[in-house]
Design a protein around this ligand. Structure first.
Ligand code: B12
Length: 216
């Protein structure tokens, strides 16, 4: 029998190494041995992915490796997500999520979406390269509490400003949350968005706060 730390470290290593089958095997092992599923996602999968991003920045890893790591991470998260203890809130809130127009980076937002769904939120994911009007349409259709926009490029992050403007004109009261590599709290304040979060766990906290504010 392996210790919890061993399983989490091995899972993080499997993500870093892009070993999909091993990552799935370790995710199943974590469940079998009673390791908390949320902790396994954060300390195994997400931790592995943050090592990968650091290695990319230091030019120790390249894009093909990152794609293999993301695939391994997503497969492990798929195994773990149904085991996360969902809070028993009757209607925890509807969140429309998407990657800003012109941007196809979706590894990070997929991680945020998995944790939001695991936390019990109704997530309506619009995918990547989403025009501002499509966020608004979806917010109307799903009676959204929060719109979440992701951008990984300094060009596409500018689209967030249009989403904020259209939201206040067409669906006033709906909250806008922004995130992704180049985005910061300062940028969030500048464009008048309601929340910024640096990573997936912080995004969950932000959505909880925004839903509560909207319904207050
Ligand atoms: C993987 C990758 C790709 C993959 C994307 C695959 C995919 N399906 O996502 C591919 C190869 C396709 C790609 C393409 C390009 N890429 Co690229 N890519 C990356 C890379 C290496 C990793 C990004 C990543 O996945 N990180 C891991 C995840 C887990 O982290 P994350 O996204 O930051 O997400 C976390 C948080 O930010 C937050 N978060 C994310 N979204 C949201 C949303 C909300 C609402 C909230 C609250 C929080 C939140 O939570 C997440 C989890 O904790 C980065 C470099 C880097 N170090 O970031 C470059 C990078 C983003 N790419 C870059 C560029 C330039 C490009 C290309 C233009 C290259 C080219 N010339 O073709 C194209 C863009 C095409 C397009 N139109 O979008 C630049 C952007 C530069 C800039 N500042 O504008 C970067 C920074 C590389 C660099 N240093 O130059 N890329």
């Amino acid at each position: 029998m392996s210790s919890k730390e061993e399983i989490l470290n091995e899972l993080a290593d499997a993500v870093v190494g892009g070993k999909q089958d091993l990552a799935v095997e370790l995710a199943n092992k974590a469940i079998d041995e009673g390791v908390d599923a949320y902790e396994t996602i954060m300390k195994g999968c997400a931790h592995g992915m943050s090592i990968v991003s650091d290695k990319y920045d230091k030019r120790e890893m390249f894009v093909p490796h990152i794609m293999m790591s993301a695939r391994a991470m997503n497969s492990a998260v798929e195994v773990l997500q149904p085991h996360v203890n969902v809070e028993s809130i009757e209607d925890p809130g509807h969140v429309v999520m998407g990657v800003a127009f012109g941007d196809i980076h979706d590894i990070g937002i997929n991680l945020v979406n998995s944790l939001l769904a695991a936390a019990g939120f109704n997530v309506h994911h619009l995918g990547k390269d989403v025009a501002p009007e499509n966020f608004i349409e979806a917010a109307k259709e799903h009676n959204a509490d929060v719109i979440g926009v992701s951008a990984l490029m300094t060009t596409s992050m500018l689209v967030m400003k249009d989403v904020v403007k259209l939201t206040s004109e067409e669906v006033p009261g709906v909250k806008v949350m922004v995130g992704g590599g180049p985005v910061s709290q300062n940028f969030c304040d500048d464009i008048g968005a309601d929340a910024y979060a640096e990573n997936a766990p912080e995004a969950i906290k932000a959505v909880k706060r925004l839903v509560a504010e909207r319904r207050a």
